[in-house]
Design a protein around this ligand. Structure first.
Ligand SMILES: [Fe+2]
Length: 225
């Protein structure tokens, strides 16, 4: 009986250890209900995007980093350390985790509208007007061939629009244009196809209805210091 007890206890300890090891990266709750961004982003898309796609990146990332140095890093540090030599599973799933967490947080229900304060002034200074900025950002998203992201970043204290393929992002040393993301949009088909089908430009237009400019301004202030 004692032997059985010890064996069972060992199994529990080992199981707990394994769980801890594979749960290095975890998914924060979606900061709003899945239907909260309707009609711009529909409930079914949000449920699948957050609950399956983002979740799968985390599951696959935990598998990819098991027993590797990346296992002990924060997701920020992991992404900032990605090089051409990094295993594709860590690059793709690490980027996928970082990008989606970022994306959920720069949107919010009842938002949209226009930026204000220093961010608004910086946008006007860099792009001429808010409308010109929106046109250029949309063009970056529409022009990204295949799957990827469009970004507004702070680079050397200036605003720059860029885009990345797959799940790369501008924090990665492998990105063509590096900087601190303050706004981004997922242009993978999984982000819009249920509602918009092949009309990616319509999804890019609807995105402006849900941008949380307060959050973007906060990120801009932090990145411009
Ligand atoms: Fe996505």
């Amino acid at each position: 009986m004692t032997t059985n007890f010890l064996r069972n206890a060992l199994v529990v300890v080992l199981t707990a250890g394994s769980l801890q090891a594979i749960a290095q990266f975890t998914q924060a709750p979606l900061p709003y209900a899945p239907e909260a961004l309707e009609p711009s982003i529909d409930k079914a898309t949000m449920e699948i995007h957050y609950g399956r796609h983002h979740k799968a990146y985390i599951t696959n990332l935990n598998t990819a980093v098991a027993g590797k140095p990346e296992e002990k890093l924060s997701i920020d540090a992991l992404v900032k350390g990605i090089t051409k030599e990094t295993a594709p599973a860590i690059r793709n799933n690490g980027g996928g985790h970082w990008n989606h967490t970022f994306f959920w947080n720069i949107m919010a229900p009842g938002k949209g509208g226009m930026p204000s304060g220093e961010l608004a002034a910086a946008i006007t200074k860099e792009f001429g007007s808010f409308d010109e900025f929106k046109n250029k950002f949309k063009a970056a998203g529409a022009g990204r061939f295949g799957s990827g992201w469009a970004w507004l970043i702070v680079k050397d204290k200036k605003l720059v629009i860029t885009s990345t393929p797959n799940q790369d992002n501008p924090l990665m040393p492998v990105a063509d244009v590096q900087g601190a993301p303050i706004l981004g949009i997922d242009v993978w088909e999984h982000a819009y196809y249920l509602k918009y089908q092949n009309k990616r430009p319509d999804y890019l237009d609807a995105f402006w209805n849900v941008v949380n400019w307060d959050k973007v301004a906060e990120l801009y202030a932090a990145a411009s210091k």
